[in-house]
Design a protein around this ligand. Structure first.
Ligand code: NAP
Length: 291
């Protein structure tokens, strides 16, 4: 029997889940993989979640024990441009997966985001799993709706909220650090905000923690994030080192982005730290003291 079926296996996170899952793994992607996954050991299914019936067909063919859903419309701007597609991929797809999980007997790990928060402040210092979502964007709204529908339909499912992901994108220029490096390498003018805070986490560390949580049988909502609260500018300095001199400091108001982008969506990870043995360091170095 297939242990893990990974949906969105070509994505930034999906690639790492595929590389690290181990055991009997099959992958599903819309337009092939991006070359970082050792394909000798895994089977790849062509799957377009927007084609009616495609997800049910895939699941009835593979019959996995676990489904890891890393497929999404993940760009903030893309969701603003196409709210219908955001609804389909970020809300309807996870709801359908929860339903199919009950029918076919697989456990679902659905990946969500810190951007379900932002409009209302956290009850404590950082957002807890028990804080109500307060999204500010089409992306955040569609993801909040998706996680709510998964948990309402399937209480045994696991919904992991992740923060801004950084780390190796295997040359694809994706994620919070490689996109920055690619922009600097291309000679672009980069402005990084001093007034926007995140709890960034390395994509590989995030994948390992997700895999540990699903293997342990954790259900419900779980925040998996890095230990440090860093501004975008501080993150840029960590990622770029000596080249950070090429970056301009800015404030969100300068670019009129306050309406869409939350100021601070730092996640509290006390629950994850009490359950998981995976080290939730950011992967950016210098943060061990925070653990
Ligand atoms: N990256 C972050 O910083 C971050 C932070 C917090 C949460 N998350 C969450 O983590 C998850 C993965 O994000 P990511 O950064 O890995 O996103 P990504 O790199 O954009 O990957 C998204 C995946 O979804 C697939 N997809 C899109 N439309 C599809 C369709 N119609 N049918 C089948 N597959 C489709 C993409 O396939 P193609 O390659 O063919 O387009 C890709 O494999 C998402 O749920 C996101 O909300 C990400």
């Amino acid at each position: 029997m297939v242990d893990f079926l990974i949906l969105g296996a070509s994505g930034f996170l999906g690639t790492e889940l595929a590389r690290r899952a181990g055991g009997s793994v099959e992958l599903a992607a819309r337009s092939g993989l991006r070359g970082a996954t050792p394909m000798s050991t895994v089977r790849l299914h062509a799957w377009d979640a927007e084609r009616p019936g495609a997800t049910c067909e895939l699941l009835s063919r593979v019959r996995p024990r676990h489904v890891l859903n890393a497929a999404a419309l993940s760009s903030l701007a893309g969701c603003e441009r196409d709210p219908e597609r955001a609804r389909l991929l970020n809300s309807d797809l996870p709801a359908e997966l929860a339903e199919l999980g009950l029918e076919f007997g697989f456990r679902l790990l659905h990946v969500s985001t810190d951007l379900v928060f932002g409009a209302s402040p956290p009850s404590g210092v950082r957002y807890l799993e028990t804080d109500p979502p307060s999204p500010m964007s089409v992306y955040g709204e569609s993801k909040a709706r998706g996680e709510q529908r998964v948990l309402a339909r399937s209480p045994g499912a696991l919904v992991v909220r992740l923060p801004l992901l950084v780390g190796d994108s295997h040359g694809s220029g994706r994620g919070g650090s490689d996109s920055l490096i690619a922009a600097i390498d291309a000679g672009e003018e980069v402005t990084l905000f001093e007034d926007e805070w995140r709890t960034p986490l390395d994509v590989g560390i995030a994948a390992d923690a997700c895999l540990e949580a699903i293997r342990l049988g954790v259900s419900g909502l779980l925040h998996i994030a890095g230990p440090e609260r860093l501004s975008r500018f501080e993150l840029g300095v960590r990622v770029l080192g000596a080249r950070a001199g090429a970056v301009r400091r800015g404030r969100r108001a300068d670019l009129g982005l306050e309406r869409l982008r939350p100021r601070d969506v730092s996640l509290d990870t006390g629950l994850a730290r009490s359950i998981l043995t995976s080290p939730l360091s950011s992967g950016l170095g210098q943060d061990d003291a925070e653990l």
